[in-house]
Write a protein that binds this ligand. Structure first.
Ligand code: MV4
Length: 454
């Protein structure tokens, strides 16, 4: 087992990883930017190293600073959390060259899954369903037009180097395809330095359902069920839950088996997530694979009883998986992301937490780096807390979430708590009628009435 782990991250996930390390009796090293001197992850770690100024490019994304911090402190492995360097194959390679352990999959697999066109091909070859579309990145407008005609409109153009909703364009009819293709290619070239574009049939109102997978270093892969992540705004998830209200045990088994097949096909290692689109007729299609622990991992922890971060560390150290695939979910878990944002305009709201009283009580978990008088810096992601509840049934979990949101007191900054209080009371949410367009429709339903006039 590792003796000392460096956490190449900040915020709630850095705190979460330190908790796991402490339970495994592994020493911890925090790294921090000068904006995070007073952060809880620095307080909780056994050692800490300042790695640079506030901009993440000079600190949490600075490979050489982080490698130096690991060498100086004698850390024998790095946990990257999510975001920052978590899916950076180059970082994983440099660590290997320095004989420092990496808590994640092999760099080749990270790189392959990072190319979304290649990931799609790999899934297809492994017998995982993909939507009708391109075999390879599109050579030009003529190929785009011909293929779109074959699969039928609407279609979606996606940047191979994108992912998570970045660099996508929906095309509704043939008259738009040429100009949209050129725009997509130019944007992808500018944003990612890679203009590769692929095409798929566009599903108008699917659910976003993702499977938690795990693979050990001995060739065993398992799935730990799904998370329903359809409640998003601008590709930022707001609420996640497990299990999905849309899955039957049979559909869960079929999707889970497909997810495990993909892991086996690529020789996956450690924690991963396979994202699917689920159509209204229960057909499902591979979308992307994320090669990291995800923000929403706690809902899976609550319904499986497994500490996924401890499992990541144990598997990276070579322990064999001792869990069987396809555990049945126990009860129902929901997570609300509490962001430092205005609940209606979504404008960032950094600043001092003058009051910070997270809720407690049965089945209530708060993952946060916040505390009274903590100052949310303006430089990073606005997530300040994740409120997770667990109960026996979905209606009971919703009631518990509603109560926990009412008992979560934050003063000094604006947060998304008031928005969550409205969503959990929404009849469509309560009925489990979810899709990737849920938020668009919810915001329209709850728009302040138009005063009229000119
Ligand atoms: C799609 C899709 C429908 N059809 N692909 C969004 C994030 C990235 N992982 C891919 N995404 C999607 N890909 C096909 N062929 C729907 C989404 C999607 C989405 C699209 C628009 C608005 C919100 C969305 C939320 C989740 C997924």
């Amino acid at each position: 087992m590792f003796k000392k782990i460096l956490i190449a991250n900040r915020g709630e996930i850095a705190v979460r990883i330190i908790q796991a390390c402490r339970e495994l009796q592994i020493r911890t090293v925090a790294v921090y930017s000068t904006a995070d001197r007073d952060s809880l992850h620095v307080t909780y770690a056994d050692e800490d190293v300042c790695i640079g100024p506030p901009p993440s490019g000079q600190s949490y994304l600075n490979v050489s600073s982080i490698i130096s911090a690991a060498e100086i402190t004698g850390a024998d492995a790095v946990h990257p959390g999510y975001g920052f360097l978590a899916e950076n194959a180059h970082f994983a390679e440099v660590l290997a060259e320095c004989k420092i352990g990496w808590i994640g999959p092999r760099p080749e697999v990270i790189r392959m899954m990072g190319d979304k066109a290649q990931a799609r091909q790999t899934a297809k070859a492994a017998g995982v369903p993909v939507l009708p579309g391109s075999e390879d990145p599109l050579a030009g407008v003529d190929e785009a037009e011909a293929l779109a005609g074959d699969v039928g409109y609407p279609v979606i153009l996606k940047a191979a180097a994108g992912g998570g909703g970045r660099g996508m364009r929906i095309v509704h009819e043939a008259s738009e395809i040429k100009s949209q293709f050129e725009t997509a290619r130019a944007e992808a070239q500018k944003a990612f330095g890679d203009g590769s574009i692929y095409l798929e049939k566009y599903l108008v109102e699917p659910r976003h359902i993702e499977f938690q997978v795990f693979s050990d270093l001995h060739g065993k892969s398992i799935h730990l069920g799904e998370r329903e992540c359809s409640i998003q705004r601008r590709h930022q998830k707001l609420i996640e839950e497990a299990p999905s209200p849309a899955l039957t045990p049979l559909l869960r088994e079929r999707m889970g088996a497909a997810a495990v097949r993909l892991c086996e096909a690529v020789g996956y290692e450690n924690a991963g997530t396979i994202e699917f689109l689920l159509d209204v007729d229960d057909s499902f299609y591979f979308m992307e694979m994320n090669t990291r622990i995800q923000v929403e991992h706690p809902v899976t922890e609550m319904v499986t009883g497994i500490d996924l971060v401890k499992l990541q560390i144990k598997v990276a150290a070579g322990d064999p998986l001792d869990i069987r695939s396809g555990l049945l979910p126990r009860g129902h878990a929901i997570e609300c992301r509490v962001n430092a944002e205005h609940p209606e305009t979504f404008a960032p709201s950094p600043g001092r937490l003058k009051t910070f009283h997270p809720p407690g009580g049965p089945g209530t978990r708060v993952d946060t780096h916040g505390y009274e008088d903590y100052v949310v810096p303006p430089h990073y992601d606005s997530l300040v807390a994740k409120l997770i509840v667990h109960d026996r049934t979905r209606p009971e979990a919703i009631a518990r979430m509603s109560r926990a949101l009412d008992f979560f007191v934050v003063e000094g900054i604006q947060t998304t708590i008031p928005l969550h209080r409205k969503i959990v009371r929404d009849p469509e949410f309560v009925a489990g009628r979810l899709s990737t367009r849920f938020m668009e429709r919810f915001l329209r339903r709850n728009q302040p009435p138009d005063p009229g006039g000119r």
